[in-house]
Design a protein around this ligand. Structure first.
Ligand code: CP
Length: 332
């Protein structure tokens, strides 16, 4: 069965005519979650749902046949790079994968980011970029004529991760309003926390609990934004303070690579571990999420708990990225 013979849900021709420029995403760079209002989010999640059904029913289609994605990663990645590649291939497109480390590209000879971007745009229709410096995705977008998607810029943002995180919360709990969400771990350097916090602030009656050691608290500028938006907020160093009331426990890794002082990392590296014993105190209907990779923050014995959503979250990443690629290429 191909896309043409699918029932109305997958009437891509109609989706194209209805939404090109109508959704405001055609040709758009995706640099920050600040670009998305609730209408955008609902639109993306609806398309992601369709992508899930498409994959579950037929595996792949030809929607992006003839389109090429350049996947350019200056930092290691498993999920973001693999899910973008899978997303593009399931939509019938192709990929230039520079994901095994830019040491194998001309970056190792000293080529600048703008020159690399201006080269890749000659071959591709969309560029996904991960880079260690905050603002790098914006710089790339300034030079590129094709859409640039930020796959993480240092400790800055990781907007597609935040979109898939929010999609996962909606999928798991059925709604986004009125939730108590505890963010646990490295809130200072954890870019996924920064991006997800900004998205969650858009929903009514959301309460945020920030759980971290003192040295890894949420940056003050973001905390002020949260407070200015009137979001109910609480900070604590102890996950036991929040586990009983949380609807979502969003756990993150301590970002070793962002520390300038290794001693500081050693002091905090083992500060949290979610265990079955801790989970016994949590609500029956709650979700544990993690952007992954984990390095000890969630015990492996938690994995069989039905509330452990982190691998479902991984799969949702592919559906959301399929929706985003189709949207920026004017095909959804
Ligand atoms: N969540 C995430 O960004 O994972 P990777 O670093 O493996 O891409």
């Amino acid at each position: 069965m191909n896309a043409q013979s699918l029932p109305k849900l997958f009437d891509f021709e109609k989706m194209v005519q209805k939404n090109v420029n109508g959704n405001g995403m055609t040709g758009m760079d995706i640099l920050s979650v600040d670009q998305f209002d609730r209408e955008h989010l609902a639109y993306i999640f609806s398309r992601a749902h369709e992508m899930r059904e498409l994959v579950e029913r037929v595996g792949a289609c030809d929607l992006l046949k003839g389109y090429i994605l350049a996947c350019l990663f200056y930092e290691p990645s498993t999920r973001t790079s693999a899910s973008f590649i899978a997303a593009m291939e399931r939509l019938g497109g192709s990929v230039i994968p520079i994901t095994q480390g830019v040491q194998f590209s001309s970056v190792s000879k000293g080529e600048s980011l703008p020159d690399t971007i201006r080269t890749l745009e000659q071959y591709s229709d969309v560029i996904v970029l991960r880079h260690p410096e905050i603002g790098s995705a914006k710089l790339a977008a300034d030079y590129a004529a094709v859409p640039v998607i930020n796959a993480g810029d240092g400790a800055g943002e990781h907007p597609t991760q935040a979109l898939l995180d929010l999609f996962t919360i909606q999928e798991e709990l059925g709604h986004l309003e009125g939730l108590k969400i505890a963010m646990v771990g490295d809130l200072r350097y954890g870019r996924t926390v920064h991006s997800l916090t900004r998205l969650l602030m858009q929903y009514e009656d959301v309460s945020l609990r920030f759980v971290s050691p003192d040295t890894l608290r949420l940056p003050m500028t973001l905390m002020n934004e949260v407070i200015d938006r009137g979001v109910k907020v609480r900070e604590t160093p102890d996950v036991a303070d929040v586990i009983e009331n949380a609807d979502v426990l969003y756990v993150t890794r301590i970002q070793k690579e962002r520390f300038t002082d290794p001693k500081q990392y050693e002091e905090v590296k083992d500060c949290f571990e979610i265990t079955p014993e801790l989970m016994a105190r949590a609500k029956e209907k709650m979700v544990v999420m993690h952007p992954l990779p984990r390095v000890g923050e969630i015990h492996y014995r938690v994995d069989d708990d039905p509330r452990a959503a982190y691998f479902r979250q991984v799969k949702n990443g592919m559906y959301v990225r399929m929706a985003l690629l189709a949207a920026v290429l004017g095909k959804a």
